[in-house]
Design a protein around this ligand. Structure first.
Ligand code: AMP
Length: 206
């Protein structure tokens, strides 16, 4: 089983790019943000606890997202691997993920990061608020908090994965969505060529 992490600040385009990659390589796409929004929509206890934190631009506790991640791993046996989107977001989550995978005899294979500037984060989240109506995109204060949260708690993961020799970066502003997608596929193919060439269709054009 392969474990890939799609990394980047809010609004980098992780969710947009994840679909094409997971479909092409038979990976299960796990977005912790989407899972949390589903819990909120369903009115579960977990959703109620997460709602205020998400709308304040803060992170939910590590144990909450780690529980969701582990049960998704357990419930998806017939995939070639997983594409984690929005997880891990703290050094604690990264260390716990390493432990979780070690218990399964597995490891993180690679991290693909989509990088954009703070100014672009702000513009994209404001634009997305008008299209998707996400409460945490609409409010200027929340956006500011999410950018601060990203720099303080999530950005240190870049060094963590660089030190592990697993970090690969794509410029999320190299062109339009299609240009970024092509760049992602190019990087992806360079990472794990042997595995990806065995996946049906993986050697075809992007
Ligand atoms: P996203 O859709 O990835 O932008 O996530 C939306 C919000 O969900 C984030 O701003 C956090 O409040 C929460 N969230 C998503 N993933 C995580 C995570 N791995 N750890 C903590 N909070 C998370």
């Amino acid at each position: 089983m392969k474990y890939y992490i799609l990394f980047g600040p809010p609004g980098a385009g992780k969710g947009t790019q994840a679909g094409a990659i997971s479909a092409k390589y038979n990976l299960k796409h796990i977005s912790t943000g989407e899972l949390l929004r589903a819990e909120i929509a369903a009115g579960t206890e977990l959703g109620k606890q997460a709602k205020d934190l998400i709308e304040a631009g803060k992170l939910v506790p590590d144990s909450v997202v780690e529980g969701m991640i582990e049960s998704t791993f357990n419930n998806n046996k017939n995939v070639a691997g997983f594409l984690l989107d929005g997880f891990p977001r703290t050094l604690g989550q990264a260390a716990d993920l390493d432990e979780m995978l070690a218990r399964r005899g597995e490891k993180v294979n690679a991290v693909i990061s989509i990088m954009i500037k703070d100014e672009t984060i702000k513009n994209r989240l404001q634009h997305r608020a008008q299209i998707e109506g996400r409460a945490d995109d609409a409010n200027e204060e929340t956006i500011k908090n999410r950018i601060v949260t990203y720099h303080n708690q999530t950005e240190p993961l870049i060094t963590y994965y660089k030190n592990a020799g697993k970090y690969h970066e794509v410029d999320g502003e190299c062109g339009d969505i299609e240009d970024v997608r092509k760049e992602m596929f190019r990087v992806f193919k360079g990472i794990d060529r042997k595995f990806l060439e065995r996946v049906p269709g993986a050697s075809g054009s992007t």
